[in-house]
Design a protein around this ligand. Structure first.
Ligand SMILES: [Zn+2]
Length: 371
């Protein structure tokens, strides 16, 4: 079995300390593969004076040349023929630019193993028929990554029904939160558990609207609120997690223990799931390096900087070390949940252009809602 295969078969998805050496070996293997199969990547390494053999210990990981996510919005790097890309996803592209990322069957197999292990660890599997309320896009052809992961999420418990907030029509994206509100109120009278999934901003907007209208229901036992896809252009609207949990309990009767948040990126398809203390622990499949915004030097634990995400998961593209435009802090722990892997705290985004002010964001949301 390859080193990467071994890493993705590791039993405990958060045992990062025990998998450090294996992780480095898998990165070396993946780096050598891409260097041999993608001339453009080979050139990137060559220009930086880096060769795959230089990856020997955990300390070497930060020396691997990073590729900014912005780069993938302009270039497509491929290490396999395009016809072997089974799945193509695009990022939702703040500011109109989208990146195309493609995965082959080898990559998808690793992704599946990871998803199964993470879902098992966080008790996300359920045999109970469930109603899904998706604060996101209805899956369509030429899908966005977010729509794909939202749909995959509805496979964790048998779906009785699925309702979506965002529809892509001839006039662009339309948000219909009113329909979701009606459904939530209706489902609260039933017995089947409800799972909501999707963008935190939309979930928050609807909860706030329901509160303003004096609506307070109790969703059936076993219901969950799941958040994923980040705050996107609504970073200015970001609320304190505690306020969000309070609002969810007040309006939908779902307690904090049943609110789960996910984090990932199209260019780094590793599943970060928050623990019961609501921390994004780094799973064995990835590593995180925080870098100084100006010098790009690693800053270590406890200091804010640019989030650099590493994984050997992808066979089809050299996505070994991507530099996001997110600002975050890596914490060493310990965490009250008992998990010993470090955890990532996301603080926001760079790129002022991407940040729509609170008022604008709310206005856009209302426009969509009325359309
Ligand atoms: Zn934790």
């Amino acid at each position: 079995m390859s080193k990467t295969g071994k890493l993705f078969s590791h039993r405990d998805p958060y045992d990062t300390a025990a998998t450090d050496a294996l992780f480095v070996a898998a990165m070396r293997e993946n780096c050598a593969f891409h260097s041999a199969h993608d001339p453009a990547y080979k050139k990137i390494l060559g220009d930086a004076g880096f060769s795959p053999e230089q990856l020997q210990t955990s300390a070497d990981l930060a020396r691997l040349p990073v590729i900014p996510t912005l780069y993938f919005k302009r270039h497509t790097l491929l290490s396999v023929p395009e016809r072997s890309l089974t799945v193509k996803v695009t990022s939702s592209g703040t500011g109109g630019k989208r990146s195309l990322v493609g995965f082959d069957i080898k990559t998808l197999w690793r992704e599946l193993k990871m998803a199964l292990a993470i879902a098992r660890f966080h008790h996300l599997w359920s045999g109970k028929p469930t109603r899904y309320v998706i604060f996101g896009y209805r899956p369509a052809k030429n899908q966005l990554g977010a729509a794909k992961s939202a749909f995959a999420f509805t496979l964790l418990a048998p779906a009785v029904s699925r309702v979506y907030a965002l529809e892509t029509g001839p006039d662009g994206v339309r948000a219909d939160l009113g329909r979701l509100k009606e459904k939530l109120v209706k489902y609260a009278k039933g017995r089947l558990p409800v799972r909501t999934m999707g963008f935190p901003a939309y979930t928050y907007f609807l909860l706030r609207q329901m509160k303003e209208e004096g609506i307070a229901v109790k969703l059936p036992k076993g219901s969950m609120i799941c958040l994923g896809g980040g705050w996107k252009q609504f970073y200015a609207e970001r609320v304190e997690k505690e306020d969000f949990y309070k609002l969810a309990e007040e309006v939908l009767g779902v307690d904090e223990k049943h609110i789960v948040e996910f984090f990932g990126a199209v260019e780094h398809p590793i599943l970060y799931t928050d623990c019961r203390a609501h921390h994004f622990h780094v799973p064995v499949y990835g590593r995180v390096v925080i870098r100084d915004v100006d010098t790009l030097e690693p800053v270590g634990y406890g200091k804010a900087g640019l989030v650099n995400l590493l994984t050997p998961a992808i066979n089809s593209m050299p996505l070994l070390s991507v530099l996001t435009d997110d600002i975050g802090v890596l914490h060493e722990g310990p965490c009250p949940c008992g998990c010993r892997s470090p955890y990532l705290e996301l603080l926001g985004r760079t790129g002022v252009k991407d940040i729509v002010t609170c008022a604008q964001g709310a206005e856009e949301f209302l426009k969509g809602d009325k359309a």
